[in-house]
Design a protein around this ligand. Structure first.
Ligand code: MG
Length: 252
């Protein structure tokens, strides 16, 4: 059964990495909640997509250059109500404390693309402290970060393959590189995915998923392909489409 991951708490339904989105996701019939992490200058861990505050908040600057109090002062959810500031990862754990929805934790690099020094062990420690590590799958676009994840935890991790990397290496090259690096799962952009690539990955022992399935046709494609998991900015729509597909299958 294809798993649905609510991307950044369902960006197109609730805003990008908002309390409202994560709280809604915790009560949905999705399988996973996807989120991104960055450290502040004083070592707190924030749930935020971009390395900087500029695009999604009323403040500016790189999270890694700011103390937690300055990051916390930003308003991240202009349209929403309730709590509207960037969340500490501990708060995300609290939101999902009684939810069966699993974590899909993306380890982000800094604003210039470099991994944060010592960041992965810090994330693993805080998730373990809050009883969420055992339900967490990690992800990253960076092979160096995939290595850091493997060194820090036995939890599963998937390599997010960018369209540029896929174009450069081809599906065969990506799969060979993943195997060489001991990676067990890859995820490609939904528009790049096809049945042949999925079959090739699975024949080589890799789990295969997709990201950024935000429209009904992209969600339908992910379900048709039968990928392991896909991320979506429209989790409510994805659940509705998956329910409809299942109902059609059982009525046949
Ligand atoms: Mg992400």
């Amino acid at each position: 059964m294809t798993r649905i991951a609510s991307h950044r708490g369902g960006t197109l339904e609730f805003g990008d990495s908002t309390f409202a989105g994560f709280a809604a996701t915790a009560a949905m019939a999705v399988d996973e909640v996807e989120f991104d992490l960055h450290p502040s200058a004083d070592g707190r861990i924030f749930v935020h997509h971009d390395a900087t505050l500029d695009r999604t908040t009323d403040r500016s600057g790189a999270i890694a250059d700011l103390n937690a109090a300055a990051v916390r002062a930003a308003i991240v959810d202009h349209a929403g109500s309730g709590f509207r500031h960037p969340l500490y990862v501990e708060e995300l754990c609290a939101i999902f404390a009684d939810s069966p929805v699993a974590f899909r934790c993306e380890i982000k690099p800094g604003q210039h693309g470099q991994p944060y020094a010592g960041f992965v062990p810090a994330v693993v420690a805080v998730l373990a402290e809050h009883q969420r590590l055992t339900t967490t799958t990690f992800s990253s676009f960076l092979l160096d970060t995939m290595r850091d994840i493997a060194a820090a935890t036995d939890r599963p991790a998937l390599w997010l393959v960018s369209p540029a990397v896929l174009t450069q290496l081809g599906a065969r090259g990506v799969i060979d590189l993943a195997r060489l690096r001991g990676i067990a799962e890859i995820g490609v952009h939904i528009d790049c995915a096809d049945a042949g690539m999925k079959m090739m990955a699975e024949e080589n022992g890799l789990a295969f998923g997709c990201w950024a399935a935000h429209t009904a046709s992209q969600i339908g494609k992910a379900l048709d392909l039968g990928v392991k998991v896909f991320t979506t900015d429209r989790p409510s729509l994805a659940v509705a489409i998956r329910d409809r597909v299942r109902a059609e299958e059982t009525s046949l």
